[in-house]
Design a protein around this ligand. Sequence first.
Ligand code: ATP
Length: 436
Amino acid sequence: MQQQSDKMDKIVSLCKRRGFIFQSSEIYGGLASTWDYGPLGAEIKRNLKDAWWRSVVYERDDMEGLDAAILMRPETWIASGHVTSFEDTLVDCKSCKKRFKVEQITGKVCPECGGALTEARQFNLMLKTHLGAIEDETSLSYLRPETAQGIFVNFQNVVTSMRRKVPFGIAQIGKSFRNEVTTGNLTFRSREFEQMEIEFFVKPGTDEEWYEKWVSERYDWYVKLGLKKENLRKRAHDKDELAHYAKACTDIEYQFPFGWSELEGIANRTDFDLKQHSQVSGKDLAYFEEETKEKYIPYVIEPSGGVDRSILAFLTDSYKEEEVKGEKRVSLAIDKSLAPIKAAVLPLLRNRPEIVKLAKDITKDLKKEMKAMYDDTASIGRLYRRQDEVGTPYCITVDVDSLSDRKATVRDRDTMKQDRISVDKLKDYLVEKFEQ
Ligand code: ATP
């Protein structure tokens, strides 16, 4: 257990020290459960979202992408059930004022200070705001607590504009907001976070088959991107655990240092949402199947994952400490496609202008294809360590010999094997490695 919490501390420290994740508004004391992605965090985030988009949108024939607004008409959240049921049951401690979910309390007193507790009360997790100049009930709006509803309300727009036939899906990545009460564990439970969601529309009766398919596809995606199988599991929800709209749900869980926790949920949402929106909006959202002349409201399979939780899982999973030649080596053995920096070019002698020039020219050329950087601010040993720690797959060193043989040394992060590659072939060599 101690070892596990040490690991979490190491990840938190790496994230801050190396520019992956910073506390939001840190100079003002920080804003609880809200995080900023630093220069390297921003790169990983882009890479992860790209990997997801490629796999669920570009590589499939049955998916369209969408980018809906965060702000929606408040009726949306009445129809979806969020206004009435997106709630936690909370108690407050009368003496230390801490707030807990009822599930966290085992006795009758505050678990932190032993103080008396208030009666339990319902607490809606949606963040409210007002649109326009007047702040009253009529201008009330919400920051979306899930991206899914932006997809449901656009179902017909997509069917019509893209001439889509069921079965097909709509994929979307975007910010969601929840006024979470329990916090901690870095970005795992944030108040502002990003989701990667698919609503996959199918004919009723075929839903169970599609549900099984999506559970295994989504599990395989994490494995393919490098998460260790022993740290991943599928957990089907018991009937009494299911959300009000779901017929079945399976969570893909990751073994974080703080325990097994949800990375992504795959739910069979039935026709709940489209039916609700039909009713509340008064628009008929049924689908007409040309071939059979049947009209029906499609069932929906929803794989819903978190960008932030995935990043945390990939960082934790790839963090490695080992001893190499009597020295501690920390590396991030992260999938190359996710690595924030793809290649670092390091001159062996920074006081030799010809070497520096060649190294800078190589960097400039690589930048056309990938995130590459030049660094000469320390000894070569330290430069390697810095790149290993942030998961850079390839370090390229330029030395005296490079000036005569026009070759540079490429060092592989994982094997530490070194190859001498001709400078003109370097870019193609790396591009090929990234394609493997
Ligand atoms: P939990 O039970 O952990 O609160 P949830 O079941 O409410 O999660 P969903 O509503 O199914 O989560 O949201 C889908 C995905 O969005 C989750 O699997 C998770 O990856 C992500 N997610 C949800 N809430 C948060 C949050 N507060 N911070 C970061 N990611 C979140």
